[in-house]
Design a protein around this ligand. Sequence first.
Ligand code: ADP
Ligand code: MG
Length: 500
Amino acid sequence: MVQSRVGIKPYSKSIKLSNIEQINKDWDFTIGLEIHVQLETNSKMFSSCEYSYDKSPNSLTCPTSLGLPGALPTINEKAIDFAIKFGLAVKGNVHSSFSFSRKHYFYPDLPKGYQISQYDEPIITGGSVPIWWNNEKYNIDLTRAHLEEDAGKSTHDASNKKSKVDFNRSGAPLIEIVTEPVMSHPEQARAFVQRIKQIVNYILISNAEMEQGKLRCDANISIKKRNTKTFGTKTEIKNINSFRNVQKAIESEIKRQHKLLSKGDSVKQATLTWNNEKNTAEIMRIKENADDYRYFPEPDLPPVEIDKKHIESVRKLLPNLPFELEDKWIKDYNFTSAEASILSNTIEIASYFEKMASNTNPKDANKWITGELFRLFNEENQEFDDKRINHNDLSKIISLVNDEEITAASGKEILRKLFYSDLEIDTIIKDGNYKLNSQEINIDEIVKNVVKDNQEEVKRFKKGEEKLLGYFIGEIMKASSGKINHKKIVEVLNKELKKN
Ligand code: ADP
Ligand code: MG
């Protein structure tokens, strides 16, 4: 079809669609994620050896985490409790008996030649995680979440062709969270990974910082022509290092698969790696057949049995979860999903809002927190900190504005002064002379003077030029430095104009 030569684009709607949306018109995307989260228990999964991020290389090791012959594993109970917490948070099945298995593979950062993981009896199965996408809720089903140990960290220096291994991370506790292949858009995958980070932050089991490798995500992707039944062949992308790149890596792989299938080629089962510099996922290896890890039960660790009562005692430690709060706010306060998600972002913001909502109109609390307060934190490039402004002070500002004792502009100014100084709110209000209609201002006097000084306008007003009312109000505001509220001005002004 010939495109018109003048400035009007005949198919502007489809032209605006990104490549991905274009492909999505005829093709279905299927995405499943495997997410590793490091559990912040301070010690390793199978030994009492310390683990923390960013210590000098190979300073945090022990015979077990180095895989020395004869070293025996013991189970980190705190890691079990953390996994239970996660399982309960996502309403999965928390099993009271589970076992560990050896997963065999060779890699220089895996000195034992196997990783202790879980295979047929994981601690958690099922569960689901609600996410928002285009203002709709999607419940993403989980297959399982299991405990395992991390491997060491290899770094490769291309300049001198040397590789180094740091065994600090070797044996660090992880949960691996596996989803069903139920996500249908790269943005959903990104929202899911962000949600996982948020949940593990809320339940205090990990800071899950992707830059520190504390949350790592592998994405499985396949595409199929719309209205066909069977899934396409999937590929897996490893080493995705940021939320943004979860989306970008999946998009790049969808485009690659689409290109192949459109030419009549087939997608080969493959493992890809995300290349940050080139902004694309590259093939690392083509899989001829399924990986064979030769799983077998870990002979050095007996199957674990936990008391159901213990699981219930862990349940008591759970806070209100972000998706529960969102549902409540949407239902009780009529918030949109977008408003609710901004307030639930971190547990600090959520509890600050909850405290305010107990004595302040929730819509106002939301407006002032996400509008004015967030603006101040953004100005300073700071994370939200509930200690910076006492929630009672913000509630007080809102109630003064609502009762028209101060103007909204003054409210913002007071908040700003509170934010940047150590002064008490009452001192700021008194010193700044913010109270409207205060004793020092003689409203009647000011109004009388404005009317007297503008006799010409008064005449025109009386002849029907009603818009001059705004002019008078402006003059009165000026004369009183904005310290009289609008309603009061109109009241006194009307009286005064009638007299004239
Ligand atoms: P494997 O045996 O290759 O490890 P699994 O069936 O265990 O594969 O699934 C691993 C991950 O791949 C899971 O997150 C799952 O949701 C996802 N997955 C499975 N099949 C597909 C598919 N056809 N397309 C996209 N993702 C898939
Ligand atoms: Mg694994």
